[in-house]
Structures are given as structure tokens and as C-alpha cells.
Design a protein around this ligand. Structure first.
Ligand code: GTR
Length: 325
């Protein structure tokens, strides 16, 4: 007997051929700040193809990539109010409004990408996804975002004190602002789309992000010093408007959840390849990559991390995260 997974992964093609003539397509709109071939964009598109197959074309997804629908925070609000169906954002954009997400963004809670994946695939991830319902959203999936590292236009970074005085862009999250401040730099919150020109005009000296973003946003052309600080693995979230979700038939709701779940391994395979390619490409383009004194970075970030872990709910989730290290 075919499982639903078999259907989604292949046999659905036959159903597409049998599409009834008059089925109207409901196209879910999705937002992403990344470029069209970024793994998150491709994963949501893939999910849309699976939905189309499984519903014989009744449900589809159109991804507005490259920030066409605005800043991440704005897309989250649009989805909450039902004006947008899906948005893919980093948890950094959700840290202030959804405090449980902070535990996944905090510095040095994960030892590796594998560790982050185990945590979000287990009860910790499930609890945080469920928490989005409190504010009109349905948490569908977590995607990878690699290791966030510091980069800048000025100098090589080895120790936290090398960051001293640098104006470092951060996403709009109090936690990231506090982190950069505790490392001795001057945090400058800006939206993702503003970072490239802010580097170019010297409004900021640097930023922190994963290597794929550093590459695909072309920030590497201006910021020539990259330091492997790996201070955060803050993952991405795929969220759906609760209003829109509840407007779907129960079977379609389940299908949306399932196709989102299945898009995760698809995304991870793309991610591993993309991250490695970007690292090689920026290196080839002459970016200087340095290793850092990880113990010194961890020690400098520890007071900030501990201050967040004073919240019992975060401490509990943090313990569960460390158990799967
Ligand atoms: C990227 C993430 C984006 C965005 C960006 C940022 O890693 O994929 O969604 O949040 O970081 O720093 O604004």
C-alpha cells in the first residue's frame, strides 16, 4: 500500500494528470527575503509542487522572494492578519514577540548543525512551533540557517576584543543587540535588505550572518574579513497565517503540515551544498577567513546567555537542548 509519503515523493504525478477540468487553484502566497535560488525559497517552492500534485492542482504556492513583500517583521504581521499566507523568516525576527524562540538563537547553545537539527526535530522544536498559535500563526517547520559568524570591512577578528568599537549590524532582536554589545561592538539594527548598502556607505563596519547569506547578498564584495565565530545557529521558521490555515479543509490542513515536514530534509540537502559552495566562492573571491578563540567568545557571551536562561521556560528548553548535544 502506498503511504502518503510515497504519494508525495513520486506517485503523485499520475494524479496530476487526472486533474479535473474545473478545479480552481488556490494559490498560497509566501514571502522570503532571500534570492530566488536560496535553499529556503527552493524548499517552499518544492512544498508548493507537492501540494499541487497531491491536490490535483487545487492548492499551490507562489513564493515572493528577494524581499518583494517587505521586511521579515512586516511579513510576520501580514501573515498574522491574514493578508499573507506563508512567511519564511529567521527566528531573530521573532525573538521579541515570541520569547521561547530566543533559546534557539542564543549564543553557543548548539555545538554544530547536527545538534541544532536534533533539537528542532524533537520536543523542543515541537513546543516552539506550537507556541506560534498564541499569536495567530501556525508554526510549520524549522529550516537550517547554518552558523552565524562575524564579518567586517575593517580588520581580521580573532578575539572578542577585536570587535571593540565596530558598528555591527544586527537583526531586529533585543537578544542580538545585547549579544553584540556584550562583545564590545556597537549594535546597529537594520533589516536584511539594507545591509549591503549600509556596508558600502560605511554606515556600518560589519554584520553577522551565515556564509550563504553573506555570499548571495553580495556583502562579501565589501566586507573582506570573515571570522568563524559560529556564535549562533538561529534557525529559520516557516509560518502560516492561522486564519488562512483554519480556512482550509481538515485534510488540506494535514497536507500542508505534512508537505512542510517533508520539505525539511529537502531543504537540508540543498543547504549543505549551498553553504559549502558559498564558503568556497567567497574564499576564492579573496575574503580572508580567520578562526577565532572560541573559548574567549563563549566566555564573553556567557553573561548574556545566562541572563536569558534566568527565565524558567528557557532554562527548561535549554536543558533539553543540551541533552541532545
Ligand atoms: C539570514 C536569514 C534571513 C534574515 C537574515 C538577517 O540568515 O536567512 O531570514 O533573517 O539572516 O540577518 O536578517
Amino acid at each position: 500500500m502506498l503511504t502518503r509519503r510515497d504519494v508525495l515523493l513520486g506517485a503523485g504525478g499520475a494524479m496530476l494528470a487526472a486533474r479535473p477540468l474545473f478545479a480552481a487553484t488556490q494559490t498560497l502566497t509566501a514571502a522570503d527575503v532571500h534570492v530566488t535560488d536560496y535553499p529556503t525559497v527552493e524548499a517552499v517552492r518544492w512544498m508548493g509542487q507537492m501540494l499541487e500534485r497531491e491536490t490535483q492542482g487545487r492548492l499551490a504556492i507562489h513564493v515572493y522572494h528577494s524581499g518583494q513583500l517587505g521586511r521579515e517583521g512586516d511579513t510576520v504581521d501580514l501573515a498574522r492578519f491574514g493578508a499573507l499566507d506563508l512567511t519564511r523568516v529567521n527566528l531573530a525576527a521573532l525573538n521579541n514577540a515570541f520569547p521561547l524562540t530566543q533559546v534557539l538563537s542564543l549564543p553557543y547553545v548548539f555545538d554544530s548543525t547536527g545538534h541544532m537539527r536534533r533539537a528542532v526535530d524533537g520536543p523542543v522544536g515541537a513546543e516552539i512551533l506550537a507556541g506560534f498559535a498564541a499569536r495567530d500563526l501556525v508554526g510549520l517547520a524549522f529550516y537550517d540557517s547554518g552558523a552565524r559568524c562575524f564579518y567586517n570591512t575593517r580588520r581580521a577578528i580573532h578575539e572578542p576584543q577585536d570587535l571593540k568599537g565596530l558598528r555591527i549590524r544586527v537583526p531586529p532582536s533585543d537578544m542580538f543587540i545585547g549579544l553584540v554589545r556584550s562583545l564590545g561592538a556597537n549594535p546597529t539594527p537594520l533589516s536584511y535588505g539594507e545591509v549591503f548598502s549600509a556596508l558600502q556607505t560605511r554606515l556600518i563596519d560589519g554584520a553577522e550572518n551565515n556564509c550563504r547569506s553573506f555570499h548571495s547578498s553580495r556583502q562579501f564584495e565589501v566586507a573582506r574579513h570573515w571570522a568563524d565565530s559560529a556564535h549562533s545557529y538561529s534557525p529559520e521558521a516557516l509560518l502560516m497565517s492561522k486564519r488562512r490555515f483554519l480556512g482550509l479543509a481538515p485534510a488540506d490542513q494535514e497536507l500542508v503540515r505534512e508537505t512542510a515536514r517533508l520539505s525539511v530534509p529537502y531543504m537540508r540537502a540543498l543547504w549543505d551544498k549551498a553553504e559549502a559552495e558559498s564558503r568556497a566562492a567567497v574564499q576564492k573571491a579573496g575574503v580572508e577567513i580567520t578562526s577565532v578563540d572560541r573559548a574567549a567568545f563563549e566566555a564573553a557571551a556567557a553573561p548574556l546567555r545566562n541572563s536569558y536562561l534566568a527565565a524558567p521556560a528557557l532554562a527548561r528548553l535549554h536543558r533539553a537542548i543540551r541533552e541532545v548535544a
